[in-house]
Design a binder for this molecule. Structure first.
Ligand code: GCU
Length: 660
């Protein structure tokens, strides 16, 4: 096997008190998911205890029992795990629940729990917990930083052992849906829903299904034209509707149980209903109606904006676009449509406000989209543990209702009683030996899954689990790696773009500092820096974006005085001499934050070096190399940003550090 197994590579454990359960696995009912659960337990027990567990059908009072039950409190996918006499019981209402319970039992053992402390009931918070791959059929991955696709190569679908191991990694953290291909559906990918590919898709679907994962595909809205030779894809045309009817009939004949489609329409050059003068609701509902008889869903992205803006135009605001397009359509979407909304109104920057669509739309299923591929946060060459950012998003109060108004309540369906909703992450995997490019980037995949399953988990707790499973439970290993992870996002924010302004990256690659890289371009991503100050006025005097929120958020964002400081430049144009709450001027803050960010990376590197005797050498060296590189690159960021603003403002650093 050329690749490693990340957190599913188990460590031996010395815990004796679990041994009494290790006589056999007993199952009362069998299907492919229960078989997977039993297989997982068998191999984990073998690796952790060196014991081979026999597998037996039928009831028992001893051993590890996989038990289907009918208990309301366990919901559809929840589990109850507990020791009972000579048995350790994994109980759930569904096979998936049993699989999640099995992985949780393994996780607790790896984290050093004693059997008596291993009782737990957990029902997943989000109905849908999805990974969106941006894999292209030629094997490349859009915004992929860990090698090539393991799903596609040379326009063919790969079906091999790695697909199963991927499903194991995903299911182990509770993922229950995977979109296989890039949202930008072009060329061969349009043909994924044709005879050419059904056979392999069926095989992947079977493997996924045995781990409780539904298969989804990204869809090209213009498929009737490109595949069906029609001259239109107008969602209100009878001919187009009939074409889709036949197509979906064919798809479900071949792939029964198929989850549905993810669609990027009228965005960044992708086709959509606007071409025909129709709305997004027209487009989504036509597909939803057609897929409804099969139980499928349509996930429609809200990443819709004018990507041909004139940089001189200060009224058009990309941040406003999602809300402006979709809010008026609230209540008009079918029940099996979900709107998938990026966490912020722009595009996965290191700091953005939460999209006002959350809590803005009340009668439309919504799903939160985050990106664990670190497109704008170091591209898996820098460590940037994103779970604390996702926690902030989930905990954001929208003030849409009196209670249950956090983003976590909305997307989990608790606020409005939706059942089609949840969380999705743009994947950070590839065919690198360690799957994630940077060994520490695995924490983002692991963490996303765990958080979408249990939004109450803290970032530290998730980090601790992941470290225990990946590197072990030694206190020094735990402490140092947890500290590295927890420092990493604030550090990245410090040495890159200040106070919510974002971007300042090289065009296209989105990597490395380039303050004016997008400043005079068409993408709507401006910082508006001049000799006196910088920032975008999004108050009512500016673009009016702040007013898209409910109060008190809208009121707070409206003024410089009340705006949360970390978002100051997102909402306001501010002079370099403006004093922040800590008494520093804005320009001094920019200098200080950038120097601090680099110092934080120095600390991260030092903490890793202290682990030389505790981490397997090849992994130690891999991470060391990347951290050394990160330190150099953070200096590059610091020096370019500080020099730029020194030259613009002509205000020297109070501390007389070298600014070029
Ligand atoms: C970003 C990213 C694109 C991607 C797009 C999307 O703009 O750079 O590569 O296609 O997001 O989310 O659709």
């Amino acid at each position: 096997m050329a690749y490693e197994m990340a957190w599913l590579h188990y460590h031996k454990i010395s815990e004796k008190d679990f041994l009494k359960f290790l006589t056999a696995i007993h199952v009362e009912y069998e299907d492919s998911i229960i078989q997977s659960a039993a297989e997982e337990i068998t191999s984990a027990v073998r690796d952790m205890f060196g014991i081979y567990l026999p597998y037996e059908k039928g009831e028992s009072r001893e051993g590890i029992l996989l038990k289907l039950s009918k208990k309301d409190e366990l919901g559809k996918e929840g589990y109850h795990i507990y020791p009972s006499g000579k048995a350790f019981v994994i109980e759930a209402n569904s096979s998936s629940g049993i699989l999640y319970g099995a992985f949780q039992m393994i996780r607790l053992l790896q984290c050093g729990y004693r059997a008596e402390n291993m009782e737990e009931i957990k029902v997943p918070d989000n109905p849908l917990r999805m990974i969106n791959h941006w894999d292209n059929m030629d094997g490349s991955i859009e915004r992929g930083y860990s090698g090539k696709s393991f799903f596609f190569q040379d326009n063919e679908i790969i079906v091999d052992k790695r697909i199963k191991d991927y499903a194991r990694l995903a299911a182990s953290v509770g993922i229950n849906g995977v979109v296989l291909n890039n949202v930008n559906v072009k060329n061969h990918a349009t043909e994924l829903i044709s005879k050419k590919y059904f056979k392999q898709l069926k095989e992947i679907q079977r493997i996924f299904a045995s781990y409780g994962i539904k298969l989804y595909l990204s869809l090209n809205f213009a498929t009737p034209i490109e595949l069906g030779n029609l001259n239109s894809a107008d969602p209100l045309s009878t001919e187009v509707k009939n074409w889709w009817k036949d197509k979906l009939n064919e798809v479900y004949q071949e792939l029964p149980g198929f989850g549905g489609f993810l669609i990027k329409a009228d965005s960044e050059g992708r086709p959509g209903p606007f071409t025909y003068g129709r709305t997004h609701a027209d487009g989504a509902n036509m597909l939803a109606e057609t897929i409804e008889p099969y139980g499928g869903i349509i996930i429609w992205r809200c990443f819709v904006y004018n990507c041909e803006q004139d940089w001189r135009d200060k009224k058009t605001d990309r941040a406003r676009a999602g809300y402006d397009h979709f809010k008026p359509l609230d209540g008009t979407f079918a029940g099996n449509v979900i709107l998938q909304i990026k966490n912020g109104p722009m595009d996965f920057q290191v700091r953005e406000p939460v999209s006002p669509l959350f809590g803005g739309m009340k009668q439309t299923n919504q799903m939160l989209e985050v990106q664990i591929a670190q497109e704008y946060t170091g591209q898996q060459r820098h460590v940037c543990y994103l779970i604390p950012m996702f926690k902030e998003v989930l905990n954001f109060r929208t003030y849409c209702e009196n209670n249950r108004d956090k983003v976590s309540d909305i997307v989990s369906g608790k606020t409005y009683g939706w059942t089609n909703c949840g969380m999705a992450a743009v994947a950070n995997t590839g065919d690198d030996d360690n799957w994630f490019g940077h060994d520490l980037a695995a924490a983002n995949f692991y963490g996303f899954g765990r958080l979408s399953f249990d939004t109450g988990l803290s970032s530290e707790k998730i980090a601790g689990e992941w470290i225990a499973m990946t590197f072990g439970t030694h206190p020094k290993v735990q402490k140092n790696i947890r500290d590295i992870l927890m420092i990493s996002w604030p550090a990245y924010e410090n040495y890159t773009s200040p106070l919510g302004i974002g971007w300042m990256v090289n065009p296209h690659s989105h990597y490395g500092p380039n303050v004016d890289g997008y400043e005079y371009d068409r993408w709507g991503t401006y910082h508006r820096a001049d000799h006196f100050g910088l920032g975008v006025d999004r108050s009512t005097k500016g673009t009016g974006y702040a007013a898209q929120y409910h109060n008190p958020n809208a009121l707070n964002y409206e003024t410089v005085e009340n705006c949360p400081e970390e978002l100051l430049l997102f909402f306001h144009y501010v002079k370099y001499t403006h004093r922040l709450t800590n008494g520093k001027t804005l320009i001094q803050h920019i200098y200080d934050a950038h120097f601090e960010g680099v110092e934080e990376v120095e600390v991260m590197l030092k903490m890793w070096i202290e682990l030389i005797d505790y981490i397997e050498d090849s992994v130690y060296q891999r991470v060391l190399k990347r951290l050394e590189y990160q330190l150099e690159h953070s200096k590059e960021w610091r020096d370019i940003i500080c020099s730029y603003f020194y030259r613009k403002s002509a205000i020297p650093d109070d501390k007389n550090r070298e600014i070029f």
